[in-house]
Design a protein around this ligand. Structure first.
Ligand code: E4P
Length: 219
């Protein structure tokens, strides 16, 4: 399973990249706003800065909601860097835009997926990725992981090449379950990726090893 980091914070992207396990980045307008990024020039410069850190696959989201606008923005974003994947919302015009961008060889990530039917539409339109939002479904008492399972099953049954990019991941168990289910990618905050490091027995074991080594060395 590929690991993407879900942030527009350059320091966090660099930290995840330096760990050596990062396969890509996802951003959205809220994450960009959180970093204080606004205005075309700043937004473009920020996407370029992200692309300079990672090797590939940086999702950059369009703001337009009409077909022409999404196509225009999508083409502009894709031109910034070969690493850009254009993020398009799951709306009627979005499905048309995904189909068009696919025919132009531009990779897309269909975002705001909350049902298997939406995932099916996105795959038929030729999306490179679909982003089902686990945490936001859990928040309203629906099972987000069950949706991932359903989409993985449908895509495998019909050999769709669209990758399941599990999004809105809130904790390490979401991430581990996504790996068990067979999601192709999981995008998560830095704390979820680094959270995988933690186990009290690792800390205890290491402290013991170091103490025994020091004792044997007469320190
Ligand atoms: C990713 O592409 C999504 O934009 C993101 O995971 C949403 O996460 P949230 O529900 O924590 O905002």
């Amino acid at each position: 399973m590929k690991f993407f980091i879900d942030t527009a914070n350059l320091a966090e992207i660099q930290e995840a990249y330096d760990l050596g396990v990062l396969d890509g980045v996802t951003t959205n307008p809220s994450l960009m706003a959180k970093e204080g990024i606004s205005g075309d020039e700043q937004v473009i410069a920020h996407y370029k800065a992200i692309c300079d850190i990672v090797d590939d696959k940086v999702s950059a989201e369009v703001i337009s909601t009409d077909f022409e606008g999404m196509i225009r923005e999508g083409k502009e974003l894709a031109k910034l860097d070969d690493k850009i994947v254009v993020k398009i919302p799951m709306i009627k015009e979005g499905v048309k835009a995904i189909k068009y961008l696919h025919s132009e060889g531009i990779r897309t990530n269909c975002t705001l997926i909350f049902s298997a039917g939406q995932a099916l539409l996105a795959a038929k339109a030729g999306a490179t990725y679909v982003s089902p939002f686990i945490g936001r479904l859990d928040d309203i008492s629906f099972d987000g992981l069950e949706l991932i399972e359903q989409i993985v099953h449908i895509y495998r049954t019909y050999d769709y090449t669209t990758e399941v990019l599990a999004a809105s991941i809130r904790h390490t168990m979401h991430l581990i379950k996504c790996a068990e289910i067979g999601a192709d990618v999981a995008t998560c905050p830095l704390k979820v990726i680094t959270g995988l490091l933690n186990h009290p027995l690792t800390d205890k074991g290491l402290a013991q090893f170091l103490a025994d080594h020091a004792k044997a060395a007469g320190k």
